[in-house]
Design a protein around this ligand. Sequence first.
Ligand code: SIN
Length: 527
Amino acid sequence: MSALSGSPAERTDVLVVGAGIAGLTAALEAARTRSVVLVTKTSLGDGSTHYAQGGIAVASGRDDVAAHVADTLAAGAGLAVPAAVQALCAAGPEAVRVLAERGVAFDRGDDGHWSLGLEAAHSRPRILHVDGDRTGAAISAALSAAVRRSDVDVREQAFLADLVVEDGRVVGADVLLPGPDGRDVRRRFLASAVVLATGGAGQLFSRTTNPAVATADGLAAAWRAGADVSDLEMYQFHPTAAALPRPFLVSEAVRGEGAVLLDATGHRFMPDVDPRAELAPRDVVARAIAAAMGRTGGRPVLLDATGVSARLGTPFAQRFPGISALCREQGLDPETDPVPVTPAAHYWMGGVRTDAAGRTSLPGLWAAGEVACTGVHGANRLASNSLLEALVTGGRVVADLDADGPPAQPGPDEDVRTVAGPAATVAAHLPRRDLQAALWEHTGLVREAAGLAVATKLLTPEEEPVTLDAAAEVHRGTREDANLLLAGQLLVTAATAREDSLGAHHRSDHPAPPRAARRLTLRRTPC
Ligand code: SIN
């Protein structure tokens, strides 16, 4: 599809961009008192939320809030913002109760209570799940249905081209909508508040658990508009994506139920690496897998779940029906066959910098979910905290709209770097595949200065890049490529700037952690 010239602006109180758990929640909350337009580039519920398997982490009772906070801070490796973590964990139980009221039927045990799963780096079981491993799909379906029943004005196949900024305030967005002849028409939506909930950017890397829509569109638009972005060097790689012709996520919950990791020679290597073995924090397990693969010529490691059924007293396929089906489609039965797995890009802890209420550095713009960086995840997100954060922040941004207070600003203990960049979209000079390969190789699980310099060179155009006018005819894929390139450049800039190792950011040339972990914020200056 391509973008053609514009049509008159539409007005609404709140414009929500994105339709995962954060966007759907924000839209539902805002629609109680305001007019809401929700735009999404594909269909309702068609983002990363749908693919979440493990579930949603939530304190299992009042006495568990402090432990949930402690686990989140420990996983965050000193970079997570304690006040934001406290606020998130304390708000969890009520937010989840509302989610259940909206139709999410969490699995229950024989005693009738919600059954709680265990995942890595959680000190106790506190992961709610639906249909075993189909939690995200169930949440997406329930919230999408609630939005369709509500007064929210939903526009699907609506691609965010850019945010509209007037006198330093975000006042709306330019969106591409399919016109009557199938070609895109640009439409301006003006709003008192814009909520970005566009998700992540797994398509930056050659290996990812993310769906095709995860192309950094929201982050790139916010950067062009002048919003601060933080902690972009902190990209989480999930330890276990199936290394099969059609890859997919194999939930950490499988290890939580007792599956073990074997290298290609059959050796169980995690106990050699960390006393928590397979349930060590995600960054530790992912790097240990990469090292084990390195020792065996790059062969994937094996996730051996053959003991899980006996341990659970229930067939594997009953606890993990989705994973079981995906394996069987490719000729493996996890009841009897170890599954080859490899790390893959999974979740961006960094993003558009916000405070705990989702307020960005630009008046008029809020952000929630993976596109945002509230500081909750620090240098390494605790498993299943992302759905919780998106849920809680999706609601919180709406509570904050009335306040419309001062923009969020980095604190004095944060490192702020300015980076020159254009306010308009510029075309990518290299194919997406080359970008993905470069980022996987040089900004993946282990980084070092020489590789980052190679990535910088590859990602820097040699000639003046072409500006993609919002009104010009441009294929959506071309805009996604431009957004990915911009996001990749910012990721490389942040990874180069942080000369220490912390959580997911591991520099082989600077392996030591910093004396004190400081957040890193990038700020655009016009070039
Ligand atoms: C998983 O099920 O392992 C993924 C959950 C998450 O990323 O939090």
